[in-house]
Design a protein around this ligand. Structure first.
Ligand SMILES: NC(=O)c1ccc[n+]([C@@H]2O[C@H](COP(=O)([O-])OP(=O)(O)OC[C@H]3O[C@@H](n4cnc5c(N)ncnc54)[C@H](OP(=O)(O)O)[C@@H]3O)[C@@H](O)[C@H]2O)c1
Length: 271
């Protein structure tokens, strides 16, 4: 299928690693000029050179999106890279506190930092790029949320879970605000996706539980015991990237205000 992404200019935030890097790679492979972004220049440059080596058009923008001035610098650099941005993928984010931090261990400072990282970071770029997308009558804005946005767990990261729910909410509100403009706004909700950080966590669990070193066995046990889902595996970054490429494409013009689960069927309810 031709996704008709040739020449559509994309900024993928947090594409110096993990899911974002895969999204940037897939968009570039489909012919979209891509701006790779992160805070770590060396990692961003590495992703960009890999894309360039495969023939993609790519530039790099560096900056911490929790800071107004740095976010503005990122937006301006991305805007200048190819003369505008048609596709904004707000993927950068994560939890500001420590993993397994519970309600009482999460201070108001951590709550504020997590909202900065996951919500206001995205809002800064959305506010910058909306006018030009509206003027062109075409645009795509995609946020990355988390299964915990709609299925919060009681024991860890309440700030992260709630901030991702805010992302789902702002997506729907924004899609209505932009009604009739040609700009669609959607959320992708990943399940558990294999990144280097997740592999380290699984291997730590495996050592503690004597599961051995064989990765296939480690993944099988971790999925069965921690993240059961009918697909029987954790997701790969490409699972998310392929969905992002479709939602970003002109073919997805009738997908708007949606929260699209890519989680192997993990959700226990019908939606
Ligand atoms: N992996 C999963 O299982 C999973 C599941 C559900 C949702 N998600 C969501 O998917 C997105 C990507 O996750 P991932 O696992 O691929 O994460 P990751 O490998 O840790 O990558 C996070 C990216 O975001 C960037 N970033 C983080 N905070 C930033 C900030 N304040 N300013 C600018 N850049 C910032 C990082 O940049 P630098 O490294 O260059 O600093 C990095 O490129 C996140 O929003 C995450 O919450 C992931």
């Amino acid at each position: 299928m031709d996704l008709q992404l040739q020449g559509k200019r994309a900024l993928v935030t947090g594409s110096s690693s993990g899911i974002g890097a895969a999204i940037a790679q897939v968009l570039a492979r489909e012919g979209a000029p891509v701006v790779v972004h992160g805070r770590n220049r060396a990692r961003a440059e590495q992703v960009a050179s890999e894309i360039a080596r495969k023939g993609g058009q790519v530039k790099v923008a560096i900056g911490d999106l929790t800071d107004d001035a740095q976010a503005m610098a990122v937006a301006q650099a991305a805007d200048a890279a190819f003369g505008g941005i048609d596709i904004l993928i707000n993927n950068a984010g994560g939890a500001a506190g420590k993993q397994q931090q519970d309600w009482l261990g999460t201070t108001s400072e951590v709550w504020a930092a997590t909202y900065q990282a996951n919500v206001i970071s995205a809002v800064r770029l959305i506010r910058y790029f909306i006018p030009q997308m509206k003027q062109r009558g075409w645009g795509r804005i995609i946020q990355l949320a988390s299964a915990s946005a709609t299925q919060p767990l009681p024991f860890s990261l309440p700030d992260y879970q709630a901030s991702k729910a805010a992302v789902v909410n702002l997506t729907v509100g924004l899609s209505k605000f932009l009604g009739g403009s040609g700009v669609t706004v959607n959320t992708i909700t990943p399940g558990t996706i294999l990144t280097p950080a997740l592999e380290r966590t699984f291997r730590d669990w495996a050592r503690a539980r004597n599961w051995g070193d064989d990765w296939e066995e480690v993944e099988r046990r971790a999925v069965a015991e921690m993240f059961p889902n009918p697909s029987g595996r954790v997701g790969r970054v490409e699972d998310i990237a392929n969905m992002a490429a479709f939602i970003a494409s002109p073919l997805a013009g009738y997908v708007n205000g949606a929260n699209i689960r890519v989680d192997g069927g993990r959700v226990p309810t019908i939606n």
